[in-house]
Write a protein that binds this ligand. Structure first.
Ligand SMILES: [Zn+2]
Length: 362
């Protein structure tokens, strides 16, 4: 399967944080073709291993998250409308008049729309106002609470952007959940490569759960594997659109990106200053394969890497990313060329990973 086909398949699979089962099944089955062993832990992390040719005991965990952000039904109104809470960083300003699906059973969804005041009836003073989540509601066509219940809706039903995947020109795509199905698709590409070219280092390929909820799964996976080093694969927000003049300088179509600094700066006071030797490895690998590499330092961004670095006696960790526009919306956009560049970079970093390196500082 080509990268774009796998990306499409994964982007079209609804799998909100805590409800990742369809993605867990996909990833486990797809990795199973290429790895020595694959298992799923209690939280839902998919943990695959390709044993290295060097038995010195060093190991590398390469991971991406299988879940997406979404919403959850908090109340069914008597008239059949559904009230919501956010799960993860859903931007409220894009919600009204959007298409959603409600996951009423594993693998089974029904359609809904988030309502808004008809344009013809909107008072002028409300034209430019953002509605908060508590004022949003989902309309599934039900006229009573009983009808909504009959359609399978309960308090706790996951609500997601309606999955879509569109090709744009210039090898670009716009889709739901490119965050982090792009990373998941790359995990399988890496596994396929290293089945044929067994690396020196033992490679753990991990699909983590509940990242969007608050970075829950990756820590548990790392605690089980106790890796020497780790590479987090996730997107980085690009700032090459006309509305972000003071952004991080990351451009789509300009290649993969190494993180040099992330800090959430609100809510979760976590982030990652990567291990310098991991950054050096990435830079050397990019240079040796003549891969254009961007760097980013981004406030407001956070990945699973920030918690993985803290596991056990510490894990030498780095963020590798591909640039994506319109993050956390239903039209996240990226370039396939950047994803392919990141794949080549990962193959080089993993293939040349120094198994004798102990990552001491100073
Ligand atoms: Zn992500």
């Amino acid at each position: 399967m080509k990268l774009i086909e796998r990306l499409e398949k994964y982007c079209l699979t609804p799998a909100m944080a805590g409800f990742e089962d369809e993605m867990i099944k996909n990833l486990k089955a797809d990795l199973n073709e290429y790895v020595d062993e694959v298992r799923v832990d209690v939280l839902g992390n998919v943990i695959a291993t390709i044993k290295g040719t060097d038995s010195s005991g060093s190991s590398l965990m390469v991971f991406a998250h299988t879940d997406s952000l979404g919403m959850i039904v908090k109340k069914i109104e008597d008239n059949g409308y559904l009230r919501l809470e956010r799960v993860g960083g859903v931007p409220e300003r894009i919600l009204p008049a959007s298409n959603v699906v409600l996951q009423v059973a594993p693998g089974k969804t029904i359609n809904g729309v988030i309502g808004f005041v008809s344009h013809h009836l909107t008072p002028p003073e409300d034209k430019y106002k953002v509605r908060q989540i508590n004022d949003c509601y989902v309309d599934i066509g039900a006229t009573s609470a009983a009808e909504a219940a009959g359609a399978g809706i309960k308090v706790g039903t996951p609500v997601l952007y309606r999955p879509s995947f569109e090709k744009l020109i210039n090898n670009r795509v716009a889709a739901t959940s490119i965050d982090d199905r792009g990373g998941c698709a790359l995990l399988v590409e890496i596994a396929a490569h290293f089945k044929k070219h067994r690396p020196a280092v033992t490679l753990h390929i991990v699909g983590t759960v509940q990242e969007e909820f608050n970075l829950r799964g990756a820590m548990v996976a790392a605690a089980q594997l106790n890796p020497t080093a780790a590479i987090c694969i996730d997107l980085v927000a690009a700032s090459d659109t006309p509305d972000i003049p003071s952004g991080n300088g990351v451009r789509i179509g300009s290649g993969p990106v190494v993180g040099t600094y992330t800090f959430h700066g609100r809510g979760t006071l976590n982030g990652l200053i990567p291990h310098p030797k991991m950054v050096e490895l990435v830079e050397k690998s990019a240079a040796s394969k003549k891969i254009k590499l961007q760097r980013h330092a981004t406030l407001g961004l956070l990945t699973d890497a920030s918690y993985v670095q803290l596991v056990g006696k510490g894990v030498a960790t780095v963020d590798l990313a591909w640039p994506t526009r319109y993050t956390h919306s239903g039209v996240e956009s990226c370039s396939l060329e950047d994803l392919e560049g990141l794949r080549e970079l990962l193959i080089e970093v993993i293939g040349s990973f120094p198994t004798k390196e102990r990552f001491e500082r100073g």
